[in-house]
Design a protein around this ligand. Structure first.
Ligand SMILES: Cc1cc2nc3c(=O)[nH]c(=O)nc-3n(C[C@H](O)[C@H](O)[C@H](O)COP(=O)(O)O)c2cc1C
Length: 358
């Protein structure tokens, strides 16, 4: 867990966190009315024959028009033959959406899993996700019923927890721990160019002989391409560490932003190209703009890269930015050797080595 040969790692300093939400970059309109809203979640058995994600795109087309008029933000998941929908908005709007949805023959057996009032987490009118899972619909149904019983007994978890509980198959190594934030560390990896973040997660999966789980996401913009995201869960005593590769476009999706407060770190695989690297930091700053808890940023870059402007951008957006320089080969082992000690640090697993004199 210490920096390896050929690698020069320097985590310089932690920059203070501010509440500023400024960012020069905005790829989609954002206006979230403040205050509490109704939050509701249900699961339903999917009756769609054929391409479910294509059908979800059709639902999005309609829902976007209607939900925006109702002030309702929605996230829809398809997994193991089931839909899970998370709605947030004014009571009247949420009721109107549910009245429409209840009549829809594309699903049946609707089970209410959560109802509360609270702050919005979904920043976009629409997000959707499809997760690859080996679980059978009957196994998923068992988890739906268990959550409904908890809800009926008045043991409501927050909507993000319900979503996580259902979207992680129980056969998965991290499933039991993920509801306990002190036993589960989430780390996002995003690259400034290419698919380096996916390469890192694939390599970690191979190294640890752990399954890489694939998911697809889409947000409100019909003209934007779907976004892929892969994750791997690593046993990292005493925690499970989930490392999630996120495509750059994924940062603007409401679901990603809804879960960003749960991430301890975002690792940026920088290219050493000021334009690309700046764009990536701007995207992250915009994605974190409304969060009260923000992940720590680890900027990994070739040794000749200039971290200073990136650090300033991150700082202005209220983000802690740790700069790491890579000397020698720039590949998955080198990225991980640089990032892992910093991830361990927060868990108290690693004692930093003294910095070489400047
Ligand atoms: C799983 C699922 C989720 C849906 N979510 C929404 C939604 O959030 N908003 C919406 O307007 N329609 C949603 N729909 C579509 C509605 O059920 C319905 O078909 C659509 O609103 C048309 O209703 P209308 O004929 O009354 O306009 C969803 C459908 C399914 C199967």
């Amino acid at each position: 867990m210490s920096p390896q040969g050929g690698l020069f790692l320097r985590a310089r300093k932690v920059i203070g966190v501010h509440d500023s939400t400024g960012s020069g970059w905005q790829d989609f309109p954002v206006s979230i009315p403040p205050g509490e809203v109704d939050r509701l979640m249900y699961a339903s058995l999917c009756c769609v024959q054929g391409g479910v994600f294509e059908e979800m795109h059709r639902i999005r087309e309609h829902a976007l028009r209607r939900n925006v008029a109702d002030g309702v933000h929605v996230a829809l998941l398809y997994q193991s033959g089931w839909f899970l929908e998370w709605l947030e908005g004014p009571a009247q709007g949420v009721r109107a959406v549910m009245a429409r949805v209840a009549r829809d023959p594309r699903h049946r057996s609707i089970k209410l899993l959560h109802a509360s009032r609270g702050l919005r987490r979904l920043t976009e009118p629409w997000s959707m996700a499809m997760a690859q899972a080996h679980e059978r619909p009957s196994e998923f149904a068992g988890r739906v019923v268990a959550l409904r019983e908890l809800h009926r007994a008045g043991e409501d978890m927050d909507p993000a927890t319900v979503w996580r509980r259902l979207s992680t198959p129980m056969t998965h190594p991290g499933a039991a721990e993920q509801a306990q934030s002190d036993r589960f560390q989430r780390v996002m990896v995003c690259s400034a160019q290419g698919a380096d973040s996916f390469e890192l997660v694939r390599w970690l999966g191979q190294l640890h002989d752990a399954e890489v789980v694939h998911r697809r996401f889409a947000g409100s913009r019909a003209d934007a391409r779907d976004v892929a995201t892969d994750y791997v869960d690593l046993a990292c005593d005493p925690v499970v560490r989930r490392v999630i590769a996120m495509a750059r476009n994924g940062l603007q999706i409401g679901l990603t932003q809804a879960f960003l407060p749960d991430y301890s770190h975002v690792i940026l695989l920088l290219a050493g190209d000021p334009v690309r690297d700046t764009q990536l930091v701007q995207r992250l700053v915009a994605a974190c703009a409304r969060l009260s808890h923000r992940p720590v940023v680890i900027g990994l870059a070739p040794i000749d890269a200039d971290h200073a402007p990136l650090q300033r951008l991150a700082h202005a957006g209220g983000l802690v930015y740790l700069d790491c320089e890579l000397a020698g080969s720039i590949d998955a082992p080198a990225w991980w050797a640089a990032a892992e000690p910093l991830l361990d640090l927060i868990l108290g697993l690693h004692t930093p080595e003294p910095l070489p004199p400047a």
